[in-house]
Design a protein around this ligand. Sequence first.
Ligand code: FPP
Length: 257
Amino acid sequence: MLRRLIRLFQKAPTEQTDEHGIVLDSVPNHVAIIMDGNGRWAKRRGLPRIAGHRAGMQAVKEITTAADDIGVKVLTLYAFSTENWKRPTDEVDFLMRLPEEFLRMELDTLMKRNCRIRILGHPEGLPEHTRKVVQDAERKTKDNTGLILNIALNYGSRAEMIQAVKQIAQQVADGTLQVDDIDEQSMEKSLLTHGLPDPDLMIRTSGEVRLSNFLLWQAAYTELWFTNMFWPDFKRDDFYHAIREFQSRGRRFGGLK
Ligand code: FPP
């Protein structure tokens, strides 16, 4: 109550906020999330790690809806990194089944919400059953114009940048690009995120304070927000808390305010 009152007085009179105190005309366009802490969440409850991932899937559902409700345009979720293959086989197998389970339950709702699903990563490295389901979802939702739910699966930023550099080098070798013309735009065009705005806000749960090979190029000016909460405990109100903090920061992009 007190916090809400303080917020009310802090806002400029012209700013329109919703019932969560979010300023409606400065909602971040792109939010990226490192959904960490599923394993520890499960361990605290004496459950197997996979129970944490299943609970994490519920949080995905809640946060996707929460993001869509306030008008976020792109939500990028780090679901499986190129380094996660090092985990025990049964955990990897489970994680590779989760997108299917999620889409089986949620695709209709996402369609109704006009959400578009995009997979960020290297699909050729996924098991065939996972690849098929996620590519089907991409196809079915490709004409939707609402929230882009960008699921990072078999994604690693260094691998993405190496691929981009190879693509650019090939263009130089073919004579279609001059070395002097290589700039940020040529790099952006060659990244897996081409066509998407850079993330404005990146959230990481579980108390770890690092980027773990996630969107390293794209996060050059992203606001970072960390919480000690484990991902399965992360709820709509926590997401809105992060958004409000984002809105209270001054972004300068290297310039002056
Ligand atoms: C990190 O926690 C989490 C993952 C590697 C998997 C995240 C996946 C989900 C939340 C489900 C995603 C589902 C869809 C459909 C997108 P951790 O296992 O490293 O936790 P720990 O650090 O506590 O061990």
